[in-house]
Design a protein around this ligand. Structure first.
Ligand code: PEP
Length: 253
């Protein structure tokens, strides 16, 4: 059975106290909920990671993730943070290839292969983001476009390695816009990506890979989106900054 995952992407939001408050609220709320079969991941900015890890403590099913890591292992790369550093204090996940990093920091498919390599070599689970801009969706070539992102960044990894990667499909036109993909649009793309993974790695491997949906997911639409057979959870931006909304989304399966 595939893991059900809800990951919160705080992006570059919240000061130290706000981050502590949000984490404590989520930890407390999740204690009272029966969501044991859902893996919940908090992905704050780097400066929050260690204090958030301390607050998570040994809460079951709640994990720490980063929003990025370096493509290098160590050395003279001022301002970078390595996957090994993140793993050394208990981070378990790392978001890679978010469209904001692709667009504003010019991260290429090739660079993302190197970052994924670093993550896997250090025992982190990459949450590998892919997704098309609006003009590609409107031209009808969105499946080809997104499949190519996976092929170019990930298809050099072994079956064992690909099994350790989580995919997040995030149509760019739905991120932070309030315009979510319909559950059918999400399902169609997720099924296409799973078939694409199966064409390279076989259906057994593809059936085991969690594919998350991201893009204006909120407590009102999560249940419908998560009900689709190839949607295994969500990568949540804006709504992950409000404890009640985030926990409601976790409870949407
Ligand atoms: C994201 O940034 O990964 C995201 C899905 O953002 P939002 O939920 O705000 O659209």
């Amino acid at each position: 059975m595939r893991s059900k995952i809800v990951a919160g992407n705080w992006k570059m939001n919240l000061n130290f106290d706000e981050g502590q408050k949000l984490t404590s609220e989520i930890v407390n709320m999740l204690k009272d909920e029966h969501v044991k079969d859902v893996t919940v991941v908090l992905n704050p900015p780097f400066v929050h990671l260690y204090p958030v890890k301390k607050l998570i403590g040994d809460a079951p099913n709640l994990f720490l993730g980063s929003q990025n890591c370096s493509d290098k292992a160590s050395g003279a790369y001022t301002g970078e943070v390595s996957a090994g550093m993140l793993a050394s204090f208990g981070a378990k996940f790392v978001i890679l290839g978010h469209s904001e990093r692709r667009e504003y920091f010019k991260e290429s498919n090739e660079l993302l292969t190197a970052k994924t390599r670093q993550a896997l070599d250090n025992g982190l689970t990459p949450i590998f983001c892919c997704g098309e801009p609006l003009e590609i969706r409107e031209s009808g070539t969105h499946e080809t476009y997104v499949k190519e992102q996976l092929t170019e960044s990930l298809f050099g990894f072994s079956s064992d390695e690909i099994s350790k990667i989580v995919i997040a499909y995030e149509p760019i036109w739905a991120i932070g816009t309030g315009r979510t993909a319909s559950s059918d649009q999400a399902q169609d793309m997720h099924a296409a990506l799973r078939n694409h993974l199966a064409s390279k790695y076989g259906s057994n491997i593809a059936e085991g890979i969690s594919i998350l949906y991201g893009g204006s997911c909120n407590p009102s639409n999560a249940k419908e989106i998560f009900s689709k057979p190839d949607v295994d959870g969500g990568l949540i931006g804006g709504a992950s900054l409000k404890s009640r909304d985030f926990v409601e989304i976790v409870k949407s399966f």
